[in-house]
Design a protein around this ligand. Structure first.
Ligand code: UD1
Ligand code: UDP
Length: 430
């Protein structure tokens, strides 16, 4: 097995660090590539140091620019690297422009693309990330879904279940692997007030609109709480451009983007976190810090169902109401703190590497044209009767894509036993 790992932005480095560690522990050779989408020390290189990763072998140095520019330049460069390195699988995580380029490069070269954090959906296609993740998922050979719900999103879009592996989220591994180190090494808590709320904000749809960013900032000013705010460079630029920076500096506790170990300390100590980040919603529930998401949708609905996260929207009144409800009622607050992380026990890195090694041994990472005339496949529903009840899905002579019971869909785990009265969705070939 020869892997190529592409990690090009802050969250990708964090979430792929457990996979890289596992590849190393298992003696699997891999090449580390960054497209250079994030290039500043505070958004990229400090994470390589904090997470004790090796230096990337390739840096494409794409830098900043429009979506088309970033995607096209990375696509061209990754094609060359993949042709040269000839990996058996390319691993990338998430939904950035870099990941889109990587998935496309692999699909065109018939090299297996393994997508970590597959199946997340916000159902808002105005988000660049939503478009990126849909396309990446549809050209992936191996899809590592963090939860059953994410896996079902993929199945609903027609992706076959045998390509999908539910492995939890590597953010849990990263958090658990680094929290103790953070406690030892980080001094950040000496530089912030004792009792604080943490804020992160960087989504294009929130910070690139003057009206929206002003509304969010107004809510934060009115909260009259101590708010610690490590500012993403994109957001700093916009605050300045919209004339909001001075008041933010006066009323909030602004910091430059902080390193990973410092961020873990801030998040674990904060009374509550306000964020539009994807990764922070996940880390918050792992660390039992109540989370208020400053968005109108989330592709992490599991955190809301688990009770650790609330969608506050992006209007001033809604944000104030939501924070007031949580901080004004100890029972609500404590219930949020007790919420259990839905993203697994911290062994996702191992499960990902196990799966890839096994797939390679079985020859399932090779992509070749079909050797037979293809038939049309269609899906249809079937009721489980007494002849099927008690059988495991893995032993059936036809393919099941979903099991439906009491109106609720389940992933067709091969070991799941069918029960009478359930419906199954199956694949038929004409
Ligand atoms: C990108 C991802 C987003 C992800 C985020 C993680 C896309 C479409 N967006 O958003 O999904 O959540 O990374 O943080 O892929 N900049 C710097 N230094 C850097 C990099 C960027 O100052 O090292 C500034 C530049 O002015 C740049 C702006 O930040 O124009 C935006 O950077 P970009 O990578 O395009 O998007 P992010 O907002 O970081
Ligand atoms: N993070 C960090 N320093 C900061 C803000 C965030 O180390 O100042 C980390 C945080 O621990 C999380 C990740 O960055 O794991 C989230 O990245 P971001 O919010 O940029 O992207 P998203 O997850 O929304 O794609």
């Amino acid at each position: 097995m020869r892997a190529l790992v592409v990690a090009s932005t802050r969250p990708e480095v964090i979430k792929l660090s457990p996979v890289m560690r596992e590849l190393e522990a298992r003696g699997v050779e891999y090449t580390f590539v960054t497209t250079g989408q994030h290039y500043d020390d505070e958004l990229f290189w400090s994470f390589i140091r904090d997470l004790r990763l090796r230096q990337p072998e390739y840096n494409v140095e794409v830098g900043s620019g429009s979506h088309a520019y970033q995607t096209a330049r990375a696509l061209e460069a990754l094609e060359e690297i993949i042709l040269k390195e000839k990996p058996s699988a390319v691993i990338a995580e998430g939904d950035t422009n870099s990941v889109l380029s990587c998935a496309l490069a692999c699909a065109k070269l018939h090299v297996a693309f393994a997508h970590v954090e597959a199946g997340l959906r916000s159902f808002d296609r105005t988000m660049p990330e939503e478009v990126n993740r849909i396309i990446a998922d549809h050209v992936s050979e191996v899809l590592f879904a963090p939860t059953e719900r994410a896996a079902l999103n993929l199945i609903e879009e027609g992706i076959p279940p045998e390509k999908i592996f539910i492995v939890g989220n590597t953010i849990v591994d990263a958090t658990l692997q680094n929290l103790e180190i953070a406690r030892e090494k980080s001094r950040i808590l000496e530089a912030v007030p004792e009792d604080f709320l943490l804020l992160t904000l960087h989504r294009a749809e929130n910070v690139d609109s003057k009206e929206r960013l002003s509304g969010i900032m107004e809510a934060l000013f009115e909260l009259r709480e101590r708010v610690v705010f490590p500012v993403h460079p994109r957001t700093r630029q916009r605050l300045e451009e919209f004339g909001l920076l001075k008041r933010a500096e006066e009323e909030l506790h602004l910091l430059p983007p902080v390193g990973y170990l410092d961020f873990l300390m801030l998040l674990s100590r904060a009374k509550l976190v306000l964020t539009d980040s994807g990764g922070v919603q996940e880390e918050a529930i792992v660390l039992h810090t109540p989370c208020v998401t400053l968005r109108t949708s989330t592709e992490r609905p599991e955190t809301i169902e688990a009770g650790g996260n609330v969608l506050a929207g992006v209007e001033k009144a809604g944000i104030l109401r939501t924070v007031g409800r949580i901080l004004g009622d100890e029972r609500v607050y404590q219930a949020m703190r007790r919420a259990q992380n839905p993203f697994g026990g911290g062994d996702s890195g191992r499960r990902i590497v196990d799966t890839l090694i096994k797939l390679e041994e079985e020859g399932r990472l090779e992509i070749a044209p079909p050797g037979r005339v293809l038939r049309r496949k269609r899906r249809e529903f079937m009721r489980v009767d007494s002849s099927l009840a008690g059988k495991r899905i893995g032993e059936l002579p036809f393919q099941v894509v979903r099991v439906i019971e009491a109106g609720r869909a389940r992933f067709p785990y091969p070991e799941l036993r069918l029960r009478e009265g359930q419906m199954i969705e199956v694949v038929r070939e004409d």
